[in-house]
Design a protein around this ligand. Sequence first.
Ligand code: ATP
Ligand code: MG
Length: 255
Amino acid sequence: MSARRDRNIRLPAPYLRRIWLDAGRVTDRAAYPFCLSYLRDDFELSFDRSITIIAGENGTGKSTLLEGIAVLAGYDEAGGGKGYMPVDHSKAIEKMGGQLSKALRAAWLPKITNGWFFRAESFFSVARYQDEVNMEYGGTPPDYLSHSHGEGFLRFFEERCQEQGIFIFDEPESALSPARQIEFLKLMSRMDAAQNCQIIMATHSPMLMAYPNARLLRLSKSGLEPVTIEETDHYKVMREFCADPVAFVQSAMEK
Ligand SMILES: Nc1ncnc2c1ncn2[C@@H]1O[C@H](COP(=O)(O)OP(=O)(O)OP(=O)(O)O)[C@@H](O)[C@H]1O
Ligand SMILES: [Mg+2]
């Protein structure tokens, strides 16, 4: 290994430092994904911490942005790691992360392609692929699919997130109970402490948003802005709910 490469590998996260839209590469402004209002010509996003968390209402474009970043990192937009193609794209709903990534530019220090793009919707395809690959090469099958949904997720995270890399998580909480979300927070903390993992995560979970050492951003039509957990709608709604669950639900249904 060259001295330069060795030095690069020891550099701490974040590795992806900045992304920005190159307006000259936008193919069709009126069509998805470029019609998303936050993808203006001056769109840019800097990563100054190892962990970046993106909150925002349904449909604002979080997954689209993560797909674009994942493709930039060398992952399949449907999920997985470098060299994985877990989904038969001829049968899958078309993802457009590839389109977006072609118009994005990125500054890396250094360029990292190890890691994982985790999206709940393709977890089973990825897990099955991983089980099959391991069997084919005579290894012990990880057998993710014989666990409950949440157990399989967590086991998968624990095994995949041990080494240097860029890890992109789209709603990792989707199968996790509150207790398992706490386990996931502990995993994030270990990855953070190792200083060789960059996490970019979209979530609707106030518990995950409250991770102490992260940059929390809200994505809305007007773009990305830093927020505190207390400023998010997710937290505000849950705070009202926790204060009086039955009254909250009753009044919410009557609105
Ligand atoms: N392949 C596609 N073709 C056209 N429009 C799409 C496509 N994928 C997503 N969209 C639209 O783009 C918008 C953003 O979708 P996206 O999935 O990125 O939102 P999101 O913030 O991740 O939402 P959620 O919180 O529900 O996961 C939505 O209005 C969606 O309907
Ligand atoms: Mg989404």
